[in-house]
Ligand binder design. Structure first.
Ligand SMILES: [Fe+2]
Ligand SMILES: [Fe+2]
Length: 364
């Protein structure tokens, strides 16, 4: 992905070609790109939260109070950086980071809004209204910061053109719950890192991550309650699905982060250390509802992720090579990647006794 372009000065009209290219980046459907989802909305709407009523109502009340209203605006904390001073490779990876975050935020916004629009169940509607409100703010804030690079992402176009992956509600719960919690863990880890090393903070958007990640945390809380309202989603053969989603989400993040070496170098973050910290926090969060956690301390865990990443890099090279030889190489490498994924999946997980209460405090 090469979406960098000479950085125009601030205030210059949006470069149409850059806009198209960046929208294309966000539109690209690869296994690693954030996806757009659709689901069986009637089934989702039929969820009954009586089993978690007290916690549900408390969470809805706190979302209704809108603690982050007004946070997603530029203020005196925003430092105007000269993007021409940012080395080209770092700029490209920063844009890639922003576009992929924007796609993820916006994908949540679209799904949540649609759930609310089609819903009749007041519990579900209220919750999805607040979540889509938050995601729209997050997406809008990133979209604005991309404008500084002279690029725009056409969100209306994305809504129409992006391919939607259909998932049954329970798979939406596993995938979205995890993406909210891992999103929290990523944002808070980056924020804490720059708190210690402000001289490394190469873009002002990171200053906004603390309150931002609290939104993601509370979205995750809502999905935890939703799953806990139907305990069979968290037991029996569904444990196998939960493990599958944990492996898929962790592996995707590991590979995606390794594709941004300059970004992490500039931040002074060791990618593996950072990812392991994010897994640790996500694991701690998921004890609120998942009956198992991945054993990230098992040496085979990191070893297998490294292997998966090596194969992913080679798949990228084969793609670049193109032609029949490239295509054949890619097929063979995909088989190796699948085998490595199975290896990851087969690492025995750690059993977790699901806590009495779902509620967790974002203490990281
Ligand atoms: Fe978000
Ligand atoms: Fe979120």
């Amino acid at each position: 992905m090469n979406a960098h372009n000479p950085t125009p000065l601030k205030g210059k009209p949006l470069d149409l070609q850059a806009q198209n290219e960046t929208t294309r980046m966000a539109h690209e459907d690869t296994l690693l790109q954030p996806r757009f989802y659709t689901t069986d909305f009637d089934k989702l709407d039929a969820m009954d939260v009586s089993l978690v009523r007290a916690e549900w109502d408390a969470l809805i009340a706190s979302m209704a109070s809108d603690p982050n209203k007004g946070h997603f605006k530029r203020n005196e904390e925003w430092d105007d950086i000269n993007l021409d001073d940012v080395p080209e490779e770092l700029r490209a990876e920063l844009v890639d980071f922003l576009v992929s975050s924007l796609t993820a935020e916006f994908s949540g916004c679209v799904l949540y809004k649609e759930t609310k629009r089609r819903g009749t169940n007041e519990d579900i509607k209220a919750r999805f209204t607040y979540m889509s409100r938050d995601e729209a703010r997050h997406a809008g804030f990133i979209k604005d910061s991309l404008k500084d690079f002279g690029i725009g992402v056409n969100l209306g176009f994305l809504t129409k053109a992006k391919k939607y992956t259909f998932f049954q509600p329970k798979f939406i719960f596993y995938a979205t719950y995890l993406s909210e919690k891992i999103g929290y863990a990523r944002y808070i880890t980056i924020f804490r890192h720059f708190e210690k090393h402000p001289e490394k903070r190469f873009h002002p958007i990171f200053k906004w991550f603390k309150q931002w990640c609290n939104d993601e945390f509370s979205h995750g809380e809502a999905f935890s309650l939703l799953m806990r309202s139907d305990p069979k989603l968290l037991s029996g053969h569904n444990k196998l699905w939960i493990k599958f989603f944990l492996c898929a989400v962790y592996a995707t993040m590991f590979v995606r982060d390794h594709a941004r070496p300059e970004f992490h170098k500039a931040a002074g973050l060791d990618i593996e250390e950072y990812d392991m910290r994010v897994f640790e926090i996500t694991n701690a969060c998921t004890t609120q509802c998942f009956p198992l956690v991945l054993d990230i301390d098992n040496p085979a865990f990191l070893r297998t992720l490294r292997r998966l990443n090596e194969v992913a890099v080679k798949i990228g090279d084969a793609d670049q090579q193109g032609g029949i030889a490239g295509a054949l190489k890619k097929k063979a490498l995909q088989a190796v990647a699948a085998a490595s994924f199975v290896r990851l999946y087969l690492i025995p997980p750690k059993k977790n006794e699901i806590a009495e209460d779902s509620k967790m405090v974002p203490s990281w």
